[in-house]
Design a protein around this ligand. Structure first.
Ligand code: 16G
Ligand code: MG
Length: 548
């Protein structure tokens, strides 16, 4: 059995590759100007079909989104059968397929992959797909559908949903009717599963005040309204801001989780009232940050690190109350985690913590190694994983007291509340709300756990970012030669100083992170390191301004 080459070529000729562009499957798939992505998305349809066949006909997901990026951009990524990110060894295939220059070369590349992976091409491929609200979405969806038609895929279109919802649907489809059944693969099924788990956990407690949600003018807006409708309870009293998905030019502009985290200020359209509660999603609703304003007008951000410490503390305490021995809660962070959050986890919570490289797939794999792995990036992207040994231990408990029974029941309910397939702003928000309701905490009380060290993130544009190589979870540069020594000598000048340099996986730039005991020291360190990168490694455009 081989491909119907003629059919692939016919469809491929309808979706020609722009000759001069090279595409790369980066941290979160392909991402660039939406109008140039037609051939790439078409080809992802073909590759998703092969991936499905290589997984014995299980459903593979394809999501068309560029998350927090500008509306003119778009992107595409593949989702593996359990709702996790595409296995890394296949990323190179994606890049190869996207860059085949002609339709004939494309068929050759596909045949090569089929041989390499020993794929049984007689298996019926199955693919589930969705997109966000971007204007290039319909055009790219049509390109994807061409790819699916070219290989006779059994396809399910989930319409306009959040990225984590698509991950959830894929996992549901592949576990239906098994012991690992994850839920109904529909929007209503998603809302019922997470909504019911939430109500199980909070019923009987005091109802919280209204939560204002900044939906970045993206797909999270309509979806969170549907979730609220399904929950239909004063425990989830929300008001959605930045919910305009119709007007061009609004998506992620001046709003959304990335804007709030990067600029450390509230989004457009939201003026903070002391005592009120706020959170932001990003454009595809897989990131979440909370924030509030105090009576002195100061802005306080509760980012992914704060979410992770809140969740880890809650889980640790429940495990202790449940009296389950050898069930360890651990935390996975990236180098971007604020230094004080890491100290808090180690020294106060006394929980194990490890660093992973940036990007959900890296954190996810580290978290899988823990009994209960809590993973969050500082930018608000993350979730919790219960590995099979944790589930077995939970199942084996025979509670002796009502308190123990309650803790065990709550751990089960939490597992239902959490989208284990991938970080999910809506599910994470319900998790945070649950913990705050159960503790009776305000955002200010949550914020008391530790105080962030001042930090600064800068971007340096260089001639060639591929010359930057890192090790030690991206905290140490191994190339360009000598640059790490300079960073080390700068860091040594500042109390509690820490800084690292890494090439971005999503943009043509190098990122510089710095933190130190004071705002002034932190900024001096950040600009000194950025200046060194610019001078020693081919900086382009304007040299990062010295901090005065
Ligand atoms: C992508 C990643 C995000 C990461 C960011 C880093 C996923 C789904 N998304 O958005 O987790 O923080 O890239 O971007 O993995 P950078 O490499 O440009 O700094
Ligand atoms: Mg996102």
């Amino acid at each position: 059995m081989s491909f119907d080459a003629e059919k692939i070529i016919e469809y491929s000729n309808k979706n020609p590759k722009p000759a001069s562009t090279t595409f790369a499957y980066g941290t979160a798939g392909f991402r660039t100007v939406g109008d140039t992505l037609g051939s790439t998305v078409f080809r992802c349809g073909l590759l998703a079909a092969l991936r499905s066949q290589s997984k014995n006909g299980q459903v593979i997901g394809v999501m068309i989104t560029a998350s927090h990026n500008h509306e003119r951009d778009n992107g595409v990524k593949l989702v593996d059968p359990m709702g996790e990110m595409l296995q890394q060894s296949w990323e190179a295939y994606c890049t190869d397929v996207a860059n085949a220059q002609t339709s004939e070369e494309l068929v050759e590349t596909l045949s090569h992959i089929a041989q390499e992976e020993r794929i049984d091409l007689t298996i019926k491929p199955r693919v589930a797909y969705a997109r966000d609200t971007r204007p290039s979405g319909p055009m790219l969806q049509a390109a994807l559908e061409d790819g699916l038609a070219a290989l006779d895929v059994e396809a399910s279109n989930f319409g306009i949903v959040t990225t984590p919802q698509l991950h959830y649907f894929v996992r549901c489809l592949n576990t239906q009717g098994t012991a690992a059944s994850y839920g109904e693969p529909t929007e209503a099924g998603y809302n019922a599963k997470y909504g019911q788990a939430f109500l199980r956990l909070v019923s009987g407690r005091e109802t919280p005040s209204k939560l204002f949600i900044d939906a970045a003018n993206g797909v999270g807006a309509p979806q969170v309204l549907k979730l609220a409708q399904a929950i239909n309870s004063p425990y989830f009293d929300i008001e959605v801001r930045n919910s305009d998905t119709q007007t061009l030019g609004k998506l992620n502009i001046g709003c959304g989780a990335d804007h709030v985290k990067s600029n450390q200020r509230p989004p457009a359209g939201v003026s903070l009232v002391p005592g009120s509660r706020y959170c932001s999603f990003d454009g595809d609703a897989d990131r979440l940050v909370y924030y509030y304003g105090d009576e002195h007008g100061a802005f306080h951000l509760l980012d992914g690190d704060k979410i992770s410490t809140l969740v880890a503390t809650y889980l640790r305490d429940l495990v202790a109350t449940a009296g389950i021995e050898d069930l360890q809660v651990g935390v996975v962070q990236t180098a971007y985690a604020n230094g004080n959050s890491t100290s808090y986890i180690k020294d106060t919570l006394k929980l194990p913590t490890v660093f992973a490289k940036t990007g959900v797939k890296h954190l996810h794999h580290e978290a899988e190694k823990m009994n209960i792995g809590v993973y969050f990036e500082a930018n608000g992207h993350g979730t919790v994983l219960f590995n099979p040994s944790a589930v077995a231990k939970l199942r084996a408990v025979v509670p002796e007291t009502p308190a123990q029974a309650d803790a065990v029941e709550r751990l089960w309910a939490l597992r239902d509340l959490i989208n284990e397939s991938v970080g999910d702003a809506m599910s994470d928000m319900l998790l945070v709300e649950t913990i705050l309701i159960c503790k009776g905490w305000t955002l200010a009380q949550w914020n008391e756990a530790y105080t962030d060290l001042p930090s600064r993130l800068l971007k340096v544009v260089v001639n060639d970012r591929t010359i930057f190589k890192t090790t030690n979870a991206e905290q140490t540069l191994t190339a360009p030669h000598g640059l790490q020594d300079i960073v080390d000598s700068l860091v040594a000048k500042f109390p509690r100083g820490r800084s690292f340099v890494r090439p971005s996986g999503t943009e043509d730039a190098v990122r510089v992170y710095a933190e130190a005991a004071t705002r002034r020291d932190c900024d001096q360190l950040a600009y000194a390191v950025a200046g060194a990168v610019f001078d020693k490694a081919g900086g382009r455009g304007e040299r990062p301004a010295e901090f005065l």
